[in-house]
Design a protein around this ligand. Structure first.
Ligand code: FAD
Length: 311
């Protein structure tokens, strides 16, 4: 996680002005990470730049790479824990113009990297196209979902992808065919510095009623088993295997309801850490993560790997 950040101390005012010139007024300094993450936790992000076109993204990435600046991409912040002291460098976000959804011929769609997975899934499923029923209730951007290979209910986004368009950190544009990437559970294999700007998916048309029922069943299951009304980042740990859930291991280790500072292991779902009063620090969450790993390792000899990205 990052070093201490003060938004004021930036030695290269010329660079800041140059990025501003490329991106209009879309650069903000010292942005509180708690406002950009579903955990509602984290210190200041030194610079946040929201790009509104492919050209702007490429130009900003190229300039920052030339200046050897550290950059990260942030989607909807639903799987990120930012350090209390914040992080140095540049956080790039995709603006409104990356939210488009276009239907190609037949059952193929191109979806922008900044689109809301949940809204797209609702719309496309409502129109009778199948394949995104699993996504009901996942508060991700399409780009974040592709990068993380988001999934639920036995399905994952990789199964629906044809190709992914990205901008690399040097500003170059690249297309990855699905089979070029080593997809795994919650892992795309995309280079860390790649920004997903859009993805092409095949979503076959099907029976509207069946699709709608699958979406509402999935959502109902979530509401019954997950603390959706509280700030969190969803599941904290990856499941060790399809047959062995992290939630079960944590529950068996007696961790439900355990808290450190303002962070608590949900009493509804042991693989969720929640921030019920919005006063948890990243250190509280990290302490709980370590406690979970220790207890499960002692009890069952299994090392839990965080799914949440630690910044
Ligand atoms: C209530 C809740 C329920 C959830 N349920 C599920 C679930 O069922 N299944 C599941 O898999 N996850 C779930 N999650 C976790 C999370 O929604 C997913 O991991 C999601 O894919 C993250 O998308 P994001 O846009 O929020 O990415 P962020 O959290 O912003 O970023 C996550 C990672 O993706 C990278 N990234 C983001 N956008 C891009 C981009 N455009 N290009 C390249 N890299 C990018 C970031 O750099 C970071 O490394 C849940 C989270 C919450 C809060």
């Amino acid at each position: 996680m990052g070093n201490s950040v003060s938004s004021g101390e930036f030695e290269n005012a010329g660079l800041l002005a140059a990025v501003r010139a490329l991106g209009g007024d879309h650069v903000r300094c010292g942005v509180d990470a708690s406002t950009l993450t579903t955990f509602a936790i984290g210190g200041p992000l030194q610079f946040v730049v929201t790009v509104e076109s492919l050209w702007e993204l490429q130009a900003v990435q190229k300039l920052l790479a030339t200046e050897k600046q550290q950059t990260r991409v942030l989607g909807f912040g639903s799987n990120v824990l930012v350090a209390d002291q914040g992080i140095r460098g540049w956080v790039v976000r995709l603006g409104q113009s990356f939210r488009s959804v276009e239907r190609l011929e037949g059952d193929r769609f191109i979806i922008g990297g900044g689109a809301s997975l949940m809204s797209v899934a609702r719309k496309i499923s409502g129109d009778g196209f199948s394949g995104l029923e699993f996504a009901a209730g996942i508060p991700a951007s399409l780009g974040g979902a592709v990068f993380m290979n988001a999934g639920a209910h036995g399905a994952e986004i990789a199964e629906r992808l044809e190709r992914v368009s990205v901008v690399m950190s040097d500003g170059s544009f690249r297309v990855f065919e699905r089979d070029e990437l080593p997809w795994k559970y919650r892992h795309s294999g995309l280079p860390r510095e790649a920004t997903v700007i859009s993805a092409e998916l095949t979503l076959p048309s099907g029976d509207k009623e069946r699709i709608a029922r699958a979406c509402s069943d999935n959502l109902a299951h979530r509401k019954n088993t997950q603390p959706l009304s509280l700030p969190s980042a969803g599941s904290v740990f990856k499941n060790p295997s399809p047959e062995l859930s992290a939630g079960k291991l944590l529950e068996d280790a007696g961790l439900k309801g355990v808290s450190v500072g303002g962070a608590m292991i949900s009493s509804l779902h042991a693989n969720w850490i929640v921030n019920p009063d919005r006063r948890a620090s990243a250190s509280d969450v990290l302490a709980l993560i370590s406690l979970c790993q220790e207890r499960v390792s002692e009890r069952s000899g299994i090392d839990l790997e965080p799914e949440v990205r630690l910044w």
